[in-house]
Every structure is written in structure tokens, then in C-alpha cells.
Design a protein around this ligand. Sequence first.
Ligand SMILES: C[S@@+](CC[C@H](N)C(=O)[O-])C[C@H]1O[C@@H](n2cnc3c(N)ncnc32)[C@H](O)[C@@H]1O
Length: 279
Amino acid sequence: MSGFSPEWLALREPVDHRSRDAALAGKVAAALAGKDPVRITDLGCGAGSNLRALAPLLGADQDWMLVDHDARLLKAARERLRAWADEARNEGDALHLKTSGRAIRVSFRQADLVTGLDAVLDRPADLVTAAALFDLVSDEWIAHFVAALAARGLPLFTVLTYDGVESRSPSHPADAAVFAAFHAHQATDKGFGAAAGPRAGTVMAETFAAQGYAVMTASTPWRLAAPQDALLMRALSEGIASAVRETGRVAEDALASWAATPVETHDVGHIDLWAVPRG
Ligand SMILES: C[S@@+](CC[C@H](N)C(=O)[O-])C[C@H]1O[C@@H](n2cnc3c(N)ncnc32)[C@H](O)[C@@H]1O
């Protein structure tokens, strides 16, 4: 879980996909029906997981721009999308995919969402989307982002924003201390100023509402269970332990015991959010 390696994103992708709220995604698809092509900007795209989940719900002609600051992840996105589609061909820097009767044009843009957000949002779009991004950003960045979307009349569909509701079974005496320290780590600067962390979904819902958006949310926890999710659960525990270690808030022997104890289930809370300008 350190940084966002292509391997970590690949490990979480199937769980991310099964955890997304189908009803909320259906509302997004209905709102975009008839756009031909439908133009989508995916922020913090990583290796392209959000496209692979959302594209099958949208129309036959799609035009995506995938944005990330990490060149290695943009390269992984290109490779994984080629492997995912039935057909793929390059046209300049863009990728043209055909899959399940859909034509999907994908362009890739390396940009920092701190310094380059407005330029990214200036690209004409019908939808801005992001997966597992907004717990990294600050309240101030959210305020700027929502105002920038409102100024352009753009809707946002975002999934899998961490909400801090986390539990493992069987329980461990250090659970409460570990999760409290993890939440403190979540609130540290991830490049956007002090992160909203587990509060991000609530802050976004309130900020969009204040800008006159209709806001719908759904709870979309990961529900992990051994043995099928054992690899992800192990990586998750190691990632949490390493973040907690950085805070110095939990004694090392308690943390080592927590990280080494096998668990049968691990739930990780998330929020999906669909925000549409009114009128
Ligand atoms: C948790 S990953 C999610 C990736 C992908 N959306 C997914 O669902 O698999 C967060 C992503 O945000 C990107 N990111 C973080 N800070 C960024 C920034 N300042 N500018 C652009 N992308 C950023 C990371 O490189 C990473 O790809």
C-alpha cells in the first residue's frame, strides 16, 4: 500500500469493482444516455480501473481522458486497457479500443491536480469522475475543485472515497489504537495540503450542496473475507501498520502483533457520490 504501485492497484481492482454501488452508477448512466460521444475525464486514473468499471455502463461511443501525475501508472493504464479490450490500436498518443460493441477513445494526460486542475477541467466533458482519490485531498482543494466544476456546469461521479469505518474480526486489543493512528496518518499532507482523509465524502457532499448541486451518496464498503481476499487483506494490514508506524502513536510490539495476527474478515468503509448541477 506504500505509494500507489501498479501491483497494489491490480490487487484491489476486483474488490473495488464489486463494492461500487450499482444503483448510483445506473443513475449516472441514465443521465449520460444519448450523449454521442460521451466525454469523460477521469482524475487520478491510476492504471485505468475506473474506466474498466464504468465504460460497460455507458453508450456505444466514448471519449475518455485519463489524468494522473504518475507516468508509470499512465503506462500501466495503457497496457491494461489494451489487454482488457477486444481490439486496441494506437492513434498518435491516444488509444482506440473496441469492446462489447463500444468504441472507446482514450487519451492520457500527465498532470498534477494541485497545479494543473483548471487546465484539465477546461477539456470539454460531459462527466468528471474519479475513484479512490478524494481522501487524499484537502478541504481547501475540495472547495476550489467544486467551485471549478460549478463554474463549468460539470457533474462529478466519484467512487470509493475512504470513510474511516473499519473493522476486522477476530478483534485484536490494539484495533482501536491502530485505527485511530491510521486516521491521524490519513489526515497528513498527501500533496494537496492536510488531507480531508475519512471526512472527505462528507466535506464533498456539503460543498457540492452549498454550490447548488443535487448530491446522492451510497455506502460502498469493501467486505473482505479469507481465503478469497487473503492477499489483499495481508497487503492492507501491512500498509496500515506501516502508516501507523510513521505516526509513532502505537507501541511497536503491539503494532507488530496486530499486523501479524491473521484475520478472517476486514471491512473498509467507502462512499460513492454523484453530484449534478441543478436545473
Ligand atoms: C488510490 S489511487 C487510485 C487510482 C485509480 N483511480 C483506481 O481506482 O485504481 C490514487 C491515484 O491518484 C493519483 N494522484 C495522487 N496525487 C495526485 C496528484 N497530485 N495529481 C494527479 N494524480 C494524483 C495517484 O497517482 C493514483 O493513481
